[in-house]
Design a protein around this ligand. Structure first.
Ligand code: ADP
Length: 329
């Protein structure tokens, strides 16, 4: 049976891009794959980006990311769910891949170029980020990786790293494939500034656990079709991020109504945004209720993660032994 692996960084509040691009898929694949579905909060990735890392909040954000995933429906009894730094083998395999990976391949990564461009001093770890990600996946010999479109290039590099290792040291790793959620390849940020991302700050994100008053404040000022200046101007939903969100949150009649009425100025942007808020509330209310319940019993979250790390280690250790032996250690 194939093995699923995916990771999520604890670098900020989990947002609706994570929800539709990754977290819903974790739950769905978890139901199919059981203990062959391995999900990890990748805290060792956090310090690669100094703009998104803060020592004083890392532990809290790690806990909140775990809680949010459990609130969305990820069941740690059914799948393997743990924190990356609790399983030391991730770092070791990452180093053994680092020594084999050409720097040129890493410098071509678009996420690296984007993030490095915003820094005065670029940590080597930012360049190595996709090597650590390859180690995360291949440590479990996973062949199926549910991610958003932004990670496709990194998965391609993981395949290259697996191929190179197999070629040099003998058949060891599968070449994993990405599984995309078609409807949420790249959820846009609510500030209209490209992809929604944790590291871009709360101005970009709609949090899964954010209160609806705060979500409304962001929606109210969110950009729409810039050509629609007056209420009587027709708009173009195809270029409007609010319409993108409707496609994720609203029922079909609402999506169709917005599509038609926006184009003939039958509905204004504020009413369109109010209809969207209804859909957001419908989706997020049960998740937020489960999160509030879990907040009452934080030890349950910590225990689940500790148990998950034991299960992950039991798979990772023999793989590391195999790698060490094949590499001559
Ligand atoms: P972020 O970019 O918010 O820091 P991560 O790097 O932790 O998120 O990614 C966690 C998962 O969420 C990955 O599978 C990633 O592809 C997915 N993801 C992140 N942002 C988006 C988005 N805006 N649209 C769709 N999927 C996304």
């Amino acid at each position: 049976m194939s093995t699923v692996f995916s990771g999520i960084q604890p670098t900020g509040e989990p947002h609706i891009g994570n929800l539709f691009g990754a977290m819903f898929n974790y739950v769905k694949l978890g139901e199919q794959y059981g203990k062959n579905a391995i999900y990890c909060i990748v805290d060792l990735h956090a310090p690669t980006n100094p703009l998104a890392y803060d020592k004083s909040t890392l532990a809290r954000l790690t806990y909140e990311m775990a809680l949010a995933n459990m609130a969305v429906g990820l069941d740690p009894e059914k799948v393997i769910f743990f924190v990356q730094s609790h399983v030391r083998e991730h770092s070791e395999l990452s180093w053994l891949f680092t020594v084999q990976t050409p720097v040129g391949e890493l410098e071509r990564m678009t996420q690296y170029k984007d993030k490095a461009g915003k820094l005065e001093s670029v940590p080597a770890g930012l360049l190595m980020y996709p090597v650590l990600m390859a180690a995360d996946i291949l440590l479990y010999k996973a062949d199926t990786v549910p991610v958003g479109e932004d990670q496709l290039q990194h998965i391609e590099l993981t395949r290259e790293i697996a191929r190179r290792f197999n070629h040099t040291f003998g058949e060891t790793f599968p070449e994993p494939r990405a599984v995309l959620t078609q409807e949420a390849l790249r959820v846009p940020g609510v500030d209209g500034n490209g992809k929604m991302g944790k590291s871009k700050g709360p101005g970009s994100t709609i949090g899964i656990l954010e209160d609806f008053g705060s979500i409304w404040q962001k929606l109210r000022v969110a950009p729409t079709d810039p050509a629609r200046v007056r209420r009587t101007d027709p708009g173009n939903p195809d270029i409007c991020l609010i319409f993108d969100y409707h496609k994720l949150f609203s029922d079909l009649p609402t999506i169709q109504m917005v599509d038609v009425e926006c184009r003939r100025a039958g509905i204004g942007c504020i009413d369109c945004k109010k209809a969207l808020l209804t859909g957001i509330e419908r989706t997020l209310t049960p998740i937020q209720a489960r999160a509030a319940e879990l907040q009452q019993r934080p030890q349950q979250v910590y225990d689940a993660l500790a148990h998950g790390a034991d299960q992950a280690r039991a798979i990772a250790q023999p793989v590391m032994e195999e790698v060490r032996e094949k590499m001559g250690f």
